[in-house]
Design a binder for this molecule. Sequence first.
Ligand code: HEC
Length: 150
Amino acid sequence: MWKAGLASALLLLAACAESPPPDPNRIVAGNAAQGELYARQRCVICHQIGDRGGKIGPVIGEAMKKAVERSTSFEAIVADLERTNPEHREEKRAKIDPILAERDPERRLRLWLATYLGDPRFENPSNRMQVLPMSPEERANVLAWLLSLR
Ligand code: HEC
């Protein structure tokens, strides 16, 4: 009995460490209001949202600006990664390449954010954000809310 429990706990851990890359065509339209509720419970531990929140991460509006910046200059970021950490570039190929291939800036930003929320180190191995296990629906909601902050 305990073995089955252990096996599923390990599976869950594995799933957290390596969530599959999001499919750009399957990023569903989320509910921004639900996303905000989630963020005010979970992301707020580290990010300031409105007038409250932790200081471990940047104020959420600034974090979102950074995400826009990184998805806009993604070619340069990946070129840099290729030079400084080719193993990481290779390991994250399945997550990085679909973003590079996405030419539409809005779709690219969505995909960047969706990938980031599932694996904050995917394009920057020294990123300090921890992954939060989220259901696809929660992720879509948070994404819709983040995009509404611009
Ligand atoms: C355990 C603390 C922690 C939690 C929880 C957390 N973050 Fe972060 N987040 C960080 C830190 C730290 C950074 C800065 C990363 C860096 O530059 O190393 C960051 C950065 C970001 C960025 C900017 C991307 C970048 O490259 O810096 C976004 C967007 C973001 N977080 C969104 C979220 C959202 C949305 C949630 C909730 C689903 C969340 N974070 C939960 C700590 C956290």
